[in-house]
Every structure is written in structure tokens, then in C-alpha cells.
Design a protein around this ligand. Sequence first.
Ligand code: CTP
Length: 414
Amino acid sequence: MTATSADPDPTKPFVVLGVGGGVAAYKACEVLRGLTESGHEVRVVPTEAALNFVGAATFEALSGHPVHAGVFADVPEVPHVRLGRRADLVLVVPATADLLAKAAHGQADDLLTATLLTTRAPVALFPAMHTEMWEHPATQANVELLRSRGCVVPDPASGRLTGPDTGKGRLADPAEIVDLARLLLAVPDALRPDLTGLKIVISAGGTREALDPVRYLGNRSSGKQGYALARVAAARGAQVTLVAAHTQSLPDPAGVQLRHAGSAAELRAVMHEVSGEADIVVMAAAVADFRPTNRADYKIKKTDHDPAPVELTRNPDILTELVAARKPGQFIVGFAAETGDSRADVLGHARAKLRRKGVDLLVVNAVGDGIAFEVENNSGWLLRADGTEITIPLGAKSALAATLWDTVLLARQS
Ligand code: CTP
């Protein structure tokens, strides 16, 4: 095949974005935007049905390329073979029940299904449909078949569906889809279903300790690392409960059971409630070590005290309690955000914390302005109880999550 003007820019990752015929097709525009704005070359391949929901002109304007649904446009360029072969990743957003059925059974009656057959790149299909259609044994069997062949098919989210009903079947948040797409481009097998059957509990975000109805003591944790851990674990097949303290308005991860906790005391209660049966527990939350001893039930006035004294009481260490209460075989991961000081450097403090807390694995981040907190990327070390240490280079929080799950699986076997 000779190069044509339709060939992708070879310096950019090339994504084929398939769009199925459901109301959630409009959210594919946000995924398209997210991918092009972060330097990806994208070709949109809608089904005919998808074009009833979003016009080709919208996809053409956002991608900068012509859009066709059938195999009879640009025939000399053999697009149904060319696109699949060139793709570094094929995403389908949304994947309807009908499209999942066609993909599972190898039908190829339009450009998207033909591309799904020709490509050897990773394929990720993000389902969206009514709960009854998702739960139907036919759909479940198609999803299993696709997963067994190596396709990534994360469970849909729960929430508002088309019309007045709510339930499981909502499309994953576009920001989550873009994040998982970027992970698959960086590490093509990062979402293999090797956590299937495992129950995982993850805490995330920062606790807030109330001083009065208006003020609190808090910290700078955004929750992004914990959410990335939940998102990646769920996409790898785990049954995930995410206990979220305060976060920076993050989308609910699809296919994850979400619980909320505001203060350290609330987080402690929920963690004890949900961790008992878990195979793996990860304490990624930044828990306040102290709380105000007295919480005023009125707004404290500046004239009430001069200067205002704040007396603090130490909070229980939830992680240490979970380690003490762990069931046989339960694997426990702690986090440590450290700065070096006159006593030890970051790793010195972290090695001591690994021993002190009795965890199986400690994730260590060096912290400071613009590092680890409130940012998209993270770096650090994974310290295992057997003394193995893994350095994590600066990268997306999802990439750190994928490495953490690889390491946990390896450590559980040894
Ligand atoms: N942690 C916890 N309960 C607390 C404080 C911390 O469960 N009250 C957990 C965190 O979720 C994290 C780990 O313990 O997984 C380490 O937290 P960190 O604040 O780094 O450790 P501290 O025990 O507070 O130690 P230090 O103050 O000496 O750094």
C-alpha cells in the first residue's frame, strides 16, 4: 500500500475511535477532544446508527478528517484494512449491545466492525445500554467472549440512563476513557483481566477534621492516585470498593462501589466495615494525624479567643489497625508521602515506615510543591516487605496503578 494524504502523522499515537449507535454517542465527542488535545491522531469510525445521534460534520470538525461509516467510500485506499493495520489502539465509545454482539461473532458489515477484525492493536469497548440489555445472558456471554479474546470491556457505570431510569449501563466518564486509552497506548497489556475474582478495598482523598461548622484542618490530597488505582483495578476485573474522603470533584469510576467518608473517624468506621472480606486493602487516603479536640457547633468569632488556641487530639492509625485485624492471606498496601529532613532522606523514612506499619507493600512519594499532590503525574518507589524495591519513573497515575497491581500479584504468589 502506498502512502496517501489520509495517512496518520507517524510521530503521534494513532487511535481509531469507533462510535456505536446509542444516545451516549455525544460523549464520544469529548473523548475525541481529550485525545486530540493530548497529541493523539484520531480517525472516527461511526456506525450508520451512530450518525442518527451525532452528525458526521461534528466528528469531521473535531478530528480534522473525513468520516465514513461504510466500506464503499475511498475504496482504492482500502480503508477497512488500512485503518485497522495502522491503529495503535481501537476504542469503541459507546459499545451498544448490538455492536458487542457483532464484534463477538466476527460480523463485518460496516467500516467499524471490519476494522475490529483487521486490527491487531489493543481493542477497548466501553459499553452503554439499558440495565436489562447489559444484564441479558446474551450480552454477558458476548462480553465474556470478547474478554477471553483479549479485548478490554470494562463494566459500565451505574447512574442516570436515557429517560427517567437509573441503573447499571451508563457510559464510563469520558475523562476516565481517555485516561485508560492513554494507559493502553503506553502499556498495551496493562488492562488484562488478571484481578478477576479479587475483592479490593481502596481509600482515597484527604480527610477533613472540623473545627466549627465552617473551618476544618485538611490536607492537599486530590484523590487522583486512589481513583486511578480503582479505575485500573476495575478494568482488570476486580470487585472494587472505593472509600472516598474529600477529592477534587473526580468522576465516579465505572464499575466501582463508592462509599464516602469525611473525617478520619468516618473513614476509619467505613474501612473497618468493608475491609474484612477483602483480598487486598490499599490505604491511599491522606488521613489527618490529629483532630481538634473540641468541635464548636457555632462559627468561632475572632473575638472569642485572643489568639485562638486549637487543642489537638491524635487520631487512631487506621492502617496499623487494619494490619492488626487482617484475615489470613489478606494483602495490605500503605502509602507514604515523605520529605527528607536532618534525620533521614525520603527512602530512609519510608523503609522505617514499612517496618513500623507492618504492611506488605509501601508506595512512596517524595512530596513538595508541584510533586505528587494535586497533579496528573506521579513518581516514586514501591517497597516490598521482603526488601525488594522498585523505582517508578514519572508518569501518569494510571501507569503507577498498573505497576502497583502487577507488583501486588507477584508478591501474593511468592
Ligand atoms: N494512615 C492511617 N491512619 C492515620 C494516618 C495514616 O491509616 N491516622 C495511613 C495512610 O493512609 C498511609 C500510611 O498510613 O497509607 C502512612 O501515612 P503517613 O501520614 O505517611 O504516616 P504516619 O503514620 O502519619 O507517619 P509520620 O507522621 O511519621 O510520617
